[in-house]
Design a protein around this ligand. Structure first.
Ligand SMILES: Cc1ncc(COP(=O)(O)O)c(C=O)c1O
Length: 426
């Protein structure tokens, strides 16, 4: 009954939309909300009086560094993990993790190509070599079937990345890793607050890495953290980039005697960033819920349109969103090229972009053997990755109630979709 009513209403809306002139052809844009208000709804990061007060108090106090262990305690409590170390950024948390796992030089590390540099580029610093794994085009995340096909005796670790906040199948990936004796380092930089079976991402693997960079879900302008399931991993990761902290390790720590040097780098988080991160942490769950509810409100309507679908999230997962939300646009089912539809939507005032994202295996660094213990295999084709980059479009997310704008977005999509045949011919 409800479905019939929805189809009837949708047909009515489509009829109306078909009579309207596209903004591309001089018609009135469907999105009428003033640009400044739209920008405000998506403004990120969001700092308020609490963050300002914390920074000013720190500057006045002449006491700076105590914020760091407090943030680490907060992170441990929030994530339910035994060990946490705040780092200068997400990249330094990953670099420390690659040192901490202590696998032999020449080991291969399975990781998606569909990720940021920091997931794979630093591996060469430790004589490790990435083995690029495809993503599942339904979820945009680590394709375990491809990993099973590519497994070889040199593989010692796996780095799943929760793309744009969608959790990887961590239960299955961890079972696979256990079966083959692999270490799991989760790159949770894009997914703070996401979970699978009620267990937060970053806490499934032996190490979880987070980024607190400006665009991220827990933004501290620059910053990051690693969380560790064992004391050994925590001490190694901490010793690598903190010359002074080994002195605080227990007497029986094999790393205590590295106090004074660590391994050379200094990866300590800036205390001002720690102060911001600490104030943002209690707010992320509420904001993640608001964003998710509004993404669903919009996409529940848009996926009725031919050719539009959303990434699959398992029913036992809670996903979050980093920098926007992706939809997949199948040109064949839509009957019109993505480029033309995106252009027409943009003319209607929708802040939509082609959702193309990084493919690490295409960068120069990986193709030059001189940087690597042994040459990186550059995959000829990663069909899941190619499909996602070909079909995805990206829409903004809203950090305030945005019902009015969501209605205007739906209207814009319906208007453009009603004109697909003309657009396709143009
Ligand atoms: C998946 C992923 N890993 C790691 C990082 C690196 O984090 P940071 O910028 O804090 O160094 C990023 C940053 O965008 C990321 O997206």
């Amino acid at each position: 009954m409800e479905q019939t009513r929805r189809s009837f209403l949708a047909a009515g809306a489509a009829g109306l939309a078909a009579r309207e002139t596209l903004a591309l052809d001089g018609g009135t844009p469907a999105v009428t909300m003033p640009a400044a208000r739209q920008a405000e709804l998506s403004r990120w990061p969001r700092y308020g009086e609490e963050e300002k007060r914390a920074l000013l108090e720190m500057l006045d106090s002449q006491r700076f560094y105590q914020e760091i262990p407090i943030l680490e305690e907060d992170l441990k409590r929030h994530l339910g993990v035994p060990y946490a170390k705040a780092h200068m950024n997400g990249t330094s948390s990953l670099i420390s993790a690659f040192f901490a796992i202590d696998v032999p030089r020449g080991s291969e590390v399975m990781a998606p190509s569909y990720t940021a540099w920091a997931t794979t580029a630093p591996l060469h610093l430790f004589g490790l070599v990435p083995l690029f794994i495809d993503i599942n085009p339904r979820t945009m995340t680590f394709d375990l079937e491809d990993a099973r096909r590519k497994l070889n005796s040199r593989v010692k670790a796996v780095v799943p990345m929760h793309s744009f906040g969608n959790p990887c199948d961590m239960d299955e990936i961890c079972a696979f890793a256990r079966e083959h004796g692999l270490v799991v380092v989760e790159d949770a930089a894009q997914a703070q607050g996401a979970s699978l079976q009620g267990k937060q991402v970053g806490t499934w693997g032996q190490i979880g890495c987070f980024s607190f960079q400006t665009s991220k879900i827990l933004p501290a302008i620059e910053g990051g953290a690693g969380v560790y399931q064992t004391r050994e991993l925590y001490e190694r990761a901490t010793m690598f980039g903190n010359y002074e902290l080994p002195a605080s390790f227990p007497e029986d720590s094999p790393y205590r005697s590295y106090a004074g040097t660590g391994m050379g780098p200094k990866f300590r988080i800036h205390p001002l960033a720690a102060a911001i991160a600490r104030r943002q942490l209690p707010k992320i769950d509420t904001l993640n819920e608001l964003v998710d509810r509004q993404v669903k409100q919009l996409t529940d309507r848009l996926v009725d349109l031919p050719g539009l679908s959303r990434p699959y999230t398992r029913p036992d997962a809670r996903r979050v969103y980093w920098t926007g939300h992706m939809l997949f646009l199948d040109e064949v089912k839509a009957g019109c090229p993505k480029e033309k539809l995106v252009k027409a939507l943009q003319a209607e005032g929708v802040r939509v972009s082609p959702g193309k994202y990084d493919e690490q295996h295409r960068y120069r660094l990986y193709s030059e053997a001189k940087w690597w213990h042994h040459p990186v295999v550059i995959p000829e084709d990663l069909p899941g990755t190619t499909q996602v980059n070909k079909t995805s479009i990206k829409l903004p997310v809203f950090y305030e109630e945005a019902g009015e704008l969501i209605e205007q977005y739906v209207k814009a999509f319906e208007k453009v979709w009603a004109k697909r045949p003309e657009l396709a011919r143009s």
